[in-house]
Design a protein around this ligand. Structure first.
Ligand SMILES: Nc1ncnc2c1ncn2[C@@H]1O[C@H](COP(=O)(O)OP(=O)(O)O)[C@@H](O)[C@H]1O
Ligand SMILES: [Mg+2]
Length: 652
């Protein structure tokens, strides 16, 4: 069970805060409004400059629409304090409140934060949507109310509307940016931030110059434009908005006192011209500051991205990152490989490849770096002082604070290369060993075959001859008993001789060495057919094949092993052996109609039969494949060059 939340006996905190904020806004609105009503010329309720509209807009954007009661209350009090009847004051207050709410709503569709204009488009939105559009609402409701309550006449309504409208617009443009600028931290500053003294001097200078221009050289008053522009560029949004306010105050006071360029027409026209002048000045100053902020922001983000390169590079285990510009000057060098290669980061940064490396090394690096600047992505190996590096050079998208246009990433692959060499070498050693083994096996078989044939065969033949003599003697003597014994012994010896022949043949058929591989294959196939009952069809070249011993052996053993496999694994009824010669190459094919070799054996044979065939083929410069043809069964093919020299023939 949940316990019920404690009942609040006091005002909730948010409510207290909202009330306090509303009161604060109302107070500011009232104080500033009273001061600016002093500048009212046309009508006691219509001022040439209406800063409260800027305060209201700021408050509602910054703290939200819940501040409308403060605005409405202050506007009502202000209007009734200059003698406007309650109903009129109420309507005018409604207009002023609506103006702020609508302006805030419209501006926030463009702005990215509640922190005021940051970008050029923010300034434009403020000027057009809040300054131009929403202020028309207040002016229309306000002047309409004055007409209805007979506080003004139709004759002056139009000019009154114009002054109301532009007065609110200037209030929005001059006051709210300054409130935003000073209530939030500045955008990141340039490399040389302005000093406090510079700020003070600039503002004092601005006051004096504006005053002098308006008081004495009215025609030259536009000279404040470049001055405010300069302040905006140098001091940013705070400086710009403050400068605009300063000029607005000085110019308004001077104009009211009858000085300056805006004094020669009717009061309304003068006021309108002054407000236009101030609005344009505000737009210019704010735009300049926003542009500058935008540039600084993007510069700061570029700087941050370069910092990220550094961090990244520092964590490369054995590499480095290099950023370079159009002149192949290294603008950023970072990573453990820098020191490992004997460089000092601070010494190479800012130098070109030619200044850092010997000409030969510089040349090796320059070409791919230039290719990268042309937009290519290049990878190459670079050997430097006994180490090898895998280098990747690529163009950098967009521009960077340091002017870098390309990036190179180098990884020290010295150890990797050594490991690869090691693997390749040991593989070659293993291959030599396995070939040696096959040759040794073949030699051993040949030696045993000869030994068994010569020694055992001859001994058995001698026994056979002796037995024949004994048989004749026994027959002459008529000893039936010993005749039977001798016959049995002779039959056993015959069997032994046959076994010896079979063993010799299996070890190393003499046909192979005497009559060549084709005769040996024919002989083996015939024996296989008799022994297994499987039909063997042969398709062999008619003429005897002249092959060196290694090739002849490889060919014969492959046929032998394939046939043995058919007998042992295939459960086949027929098998065909085909041998073709073309273009100095020999193609052997053994196909059976059995159950087909298994997938795992096809993919990765590990047993010695298939591996031995592969190895023999490879040793002769050829290769062996196993497959399952569409018709079923298993197919073994071997291809090898006919002559050992064919592949490594050197031109004489
Ligand atoms: N003609 C064939 N038909 C069916 N399976 C075969 C055939 N030849 C080889 N195999 C399969 O491939 C395996 C590997 O053959 P091999 O390397 O000669 O070894 P072994 O004959 O000693 O088993 C065999 O065990 C068998 O499963
Ligand atoms: Mg086998």
């Amino acid at each position: 069970m949940h316990s019920a939340p404690p009942r609040a006996h006091r005002f909730p905190e948010w409510l207290l805060r909202d009330v306090a904020l509303n009161v604060a806004v109302a107070a500011a609105y009232l104080v500033v409004g009273h001061a600016s009503l002093a500048a009212a010329t046309e009508h006691r309720a219509v001022s040439s400059l209406w800063p409260p509209s800027g305060i209201a807009l700021f408050a509602i954007i910054r703290f939200g629409p819940r501040l409308w009661p403060g605005v409405a209350l202050a506007a009502y009090l202000l209007n009734s304090s200059v003698g406007i009847p309650a109903i009129g004051s109420l309507m005018i207050a409604a207009g002023d409140t609506l103006e702020a709410l609508i302006g805030a709503r419209l501006v926030q569709r463009v702005w990215e934060s509640r922190e005021g204009p940051k970008r050029l488009r923010d300034v434009v939105a403020l000027a057009v949507l809040a300054g131009g559009l929403s202020t028309a609402v207040a002016a229309t409701i306000g002047v309409g109310t004055l007409l209805i309550t007979h506080a003004t006449t139709m004759a002056t309504a139009a000019s009154l509307w114009l002054v109301w409208w532009t007065g609110d617009a200037v209030g929005v443009l001059v006051v709210s940016p300054m409130l935003f600028a000073w209530s939030h931290p500045e955008a990141p500053r340039a490399a040389h931030p302005p000093r406090r003294l510079e700020v003070v001097l600039a503002l004092i200078g601005l006051v004096v110059i504006t005053d002098v221009l308006f008081a004495r050289w009215g025609m030259l008053s536009f000279a404040v434009f470049p001055l405010v522009g300069w302040i905006a560029l140098r001091l940013g949004m705070r400086g710009a908005s403050t400068a605009v306010l300063v000029v607005t105050l000085v110019a308004s006071l001077r104009t009211l006192a009858g000085y300056g360029p805006f004094t020669t027409l009717s009061p309304t026209a003068n006021l309108f011209a002054l407000q236009l002048f101030l609005a344009l000045l505000a737009i210019k100053g704010l735009s300049f500051a926003a542009l500058q902020d935008e540039a600084r922001l993007s510069e700061a983000s570029l700087r941050r991205s370069e910092e990220r390169y550094r961090t990244l590079a520092q964590h490369l285990p054995n590499g480095c990152v290099v950023l370079f510009d159009d002149a192949l000057r290294l603008v950023l060098v970072e990573g453990p490989a820098v020191a490992a290669a004997g460089f000092v980061k601070e010494e190479v940064e800012g130098r070109t490849l030619d200044e850092i490396f010997q000409p030969a090394h510089a040349a090796v690096l320059s070409r791919p770096f230039r290719d990268a600047l042309r937009g290519h992505d290049v990878e190459f190996e670079f050997d430097y002082h006994g180490a090898s590096y895998l280098v990747r050079a690529l163009p950098l998208a967009g521009q960077t604070a340091s002017g870098a246009a390309g990036m190179a990433l180098a990884l020290d692959v010295t150890e990797r290369d050594a490991a690869q060499r090691e693997v390749a070498e040991s593989r070659a050693r293993l291959q030599r060993l396995s070939r040696l083994l096959l040759t040794a096996q073949e030699d051993e078989r040949r030696r045993m075959a000869r030994e068994v044939h010569d020694e055992l065969g001859q001994a058995l033949t001698a026994v056979k001859i002796g037995l024949s003599a004994s048989l004749q003697r026994a027959q002459r003597r008529g000893s039936l008993d010993s005749e039977r014994h001798v016959r049995t012994a002779a039959a056993t010896v015959d069997q032994a001789i046959e076994s010896v022949q079979r063993i010799v043949l299996a070890l190393r058929p003499g046909v192979l060495d005497n009559l060549g591989p084709i005769a040996a294959i024919e002989h083996a196939a015939q024996q296989f057919g008799e022994r297994s009952g499987i039909t063997v069809s042969l398709d062999l070249p008619p003429e005897p094949l002249l092959l060196d011993t290694e090739r002849a052996t490889a060919l014969y053993r492959t046929v032998q092993e394939s046939l043995t496999n058919v007998l042992r694994h295939a459960n086949a009824r027929t098998v065909s052996v085909t041998l073709r010669l073309d273009d100095d190459e020999l193609h052997l094919r053994v196909v059976d109609d059995g159950r087909g070799i298994g997938d795992d054996q096809l993919r990765n044979p590990r047993s010695m039969g298939i591996l031995g065939m592969r190895e023999r083929a490879a040793a002769c410069g050829g290769w062996l494949t196993l497959s399952r043809p569409a018709g079923g069964g298993t197919m073994v093919t071997m291809t090898m060059p006919l002559h050992p020299a064919a592949r490594s023939l050197e031109p004489a």
